[in-house]
Design a protein around this ligand. Structure first.
Ligand SMILES: Nc1ncnc2c1ncn2[C@@H]1O[C@H](COP(=O)(O)OP(=O)(O)O)[C@@H](O)[C@H]1O
Ligand SMILES: [Mg+2]
Length: 280
């Protein structure tokens, strides 16, 4: 598979209140394979949002390069095409609603791209079906739950036919039911539509199914691998102020009591099997 996003030694700094340059990204080099599901973790201020904003040219590198489907984000002639290929979903669903009717909201993106009205109609219906919100198409977005609003925001991106969606803590403001709805939707878009997903989150549970977990700390990547590999490094993860999934924590604590269970058992089912095996 080819890479949809490549960053080479990406650096970015903000100017602080005291007029000092503060490095937010300190040399990020990575490639994201098309069709993959990548989760990005890191505590507040580690640079996750700054990184995300480089993936569709909201921010441009101060040093190094970002390529989206081979396009250099520094090339202003390519910005519109880059934003068509990589859609962004943010934390607060209320800030992302632009219309008073769900289907008009979803149509906004493709309208801006100059898509033909009949084609827009098709895309809006398709996108709403993909996020499981088709029956709400004539509803008012502000009356929906947080999880439903985020699915509408995702539909608005899908209607632009992106190859990649970047979601910056899309579940942070949702209750557990809303979180589950949104994560299920994202997972299905990845698996069934082949859309590349970059999910920024601090809910460990949401990263278990990812193909890859990247952990950021101080503008750098400190871990990058399959979830089972990354989370097995329990001490290192705790050292950067993050938790491991509850399943990993449970096995880790049992091992400290003298058991020798595999830390790679990440899902609740795998974890239960591993513990059942020693009990029986
Ligand atoms: N608009 C801004 N102006 C100044 N500093 C910023 C701005 N946005 C982020 N930062 C700083 O950059 C660093 C990385 O922030 P951010 O990318 O938002 O991290 P995260 O999303 O992981 O919480 C932090 O130290 C933060 O204070
Ligand atoms: Mg952030």
């Amino acid at each position: 598979m080819k890479d949809i996003i490549v960053t080479e030694n990406l650096r970015y700094s903000y100017i602080s209140d005291e007029d000092k340059r503060e490095l937010a990204l300190d040399g990020i080099s990575l490639s994201i394979e098309e069709g993959s599901f990548v989760a990005v973790l890191g505590h507040n201020g580690s640079g996750k949002s700054t990184f995300a904003k480089h993936l569709n040219a909201i921010l441009l590198p101060e040093g190094g390069k970002v390529y989206v489907a081979g396009m250099d984000t520094h090339d202003e002639n390519l910005t519109i095409e880059i934003r068509r290929q990589v859609g962004m979903v943010f934390q607060n669903p209320d800030n992302q609603m632009v219309a008073n009717v769900v289907e008009e909201d979803v149509a906004f993106g493709p309208e801006n791209l100059g898509v033909e009205p009949s084609e827009i109609r098709r895309r809006v219906d398709e996108a709403l079906k993909l996020v499981g919100m088709y029956e709400y198409r004539t509803h008012a977005p502000h009356l929906l739950s947080g999880g439903q609003k985020q699915r509408i925001a995702i539909a608005g991106i899908i209607a632009m036919r992106p190859r990649c969606i970047v979601l910056d803590e899309p579940t942070a403001m949702l209750d557990p039911v809303g979180r589950e709805e949104v994560i299920k939707t994202i997972r299905e878009l990845n698996r069934n539509q082949g859309i590349t997903v970059v999910l920024i989150t601090h809910h460990m549970k949401e990263t278990i199914d990812a193909d890859r977990v990247i952990i950021m700390e101080d503008g750098r990547i400190v871990a990058d691998g399959r979830p089972s590999e990354v989370f097995a490094r329990v001490e290192e993860i705790k050292a950067v102020g993050l938790d491991v999934p509850d399943t990993t924590e449970l096995i880790y604590e049992l091992n400290r009591e003298g058991f020798n269970l595999p830390l790679e058992a990440l899902s609740v089912e795998e974890c239960a099997e591993v513990i059942y095996a020693v009990l029986s």
